[in-house]
Design a protein around this ligand. Structure first.
Ligand SMILES: [Zn+2]
Length: 127
């Protein structure tokens, strides 16, 4: 259930990412807490942050054919869901949600405890 709620918040764009926080309170920074190189949006955290890219490289599930949808998590997720009926589709989807969740948790660790979670550990935890 925790994961369902998390996913719902991802798709509603209601996770507290820096871009949204900055827009609301005009304080702090809209940059990513992990890399500091780009605006922290949900798509940046999950796909474009160098940290996330390492994770996706080693994770045993590939969404390469929908890479072009990564700039919009809603469209990307829609495409992921379309693979549900494929062989082992649901397993791949579950693993994918877990990966997103672990990336999100690792980002929080970085933000609140300045602790860096290794990409390998993120993938291990997701499995
Ligand atoms: Zn980043």
């Amino acid at each position: 259930m925790k994961l369902k709620h998390f996913l719902w918040r991802c798709l509603q764009n209601s996770l507290p990412v820096n871009e949204a926080i900055y827009k609301r309170i005009r304080k702090g920074s809209s940059l990513c807490n992990c890399c500091g190189e780009d605006t922290e949006t949900i798509e940046h955290i999950f796909f474009f942050c160098p940290k996330a890219q390492v994770v996706w490289k080693i994770v045993p599930v590939s969404w390469e054919r929908i890479t072009e949808l990564q700039s919009n998590i809603w469209r990307w997720w829609d495409a992921v869901m379309q693979s549900a009926k494929e062989e082992q589709g649901m397993d791949r989807i579950k693993l994918t949600v877990n990966i997103l969740w672990q990336i999100w948790k690792a980002g929080n660790k970085m933000t609140f405890q300045s602790k860096n979670v290794d990409a390998k550990l993120i993938v291990d935890k997701a499995q």
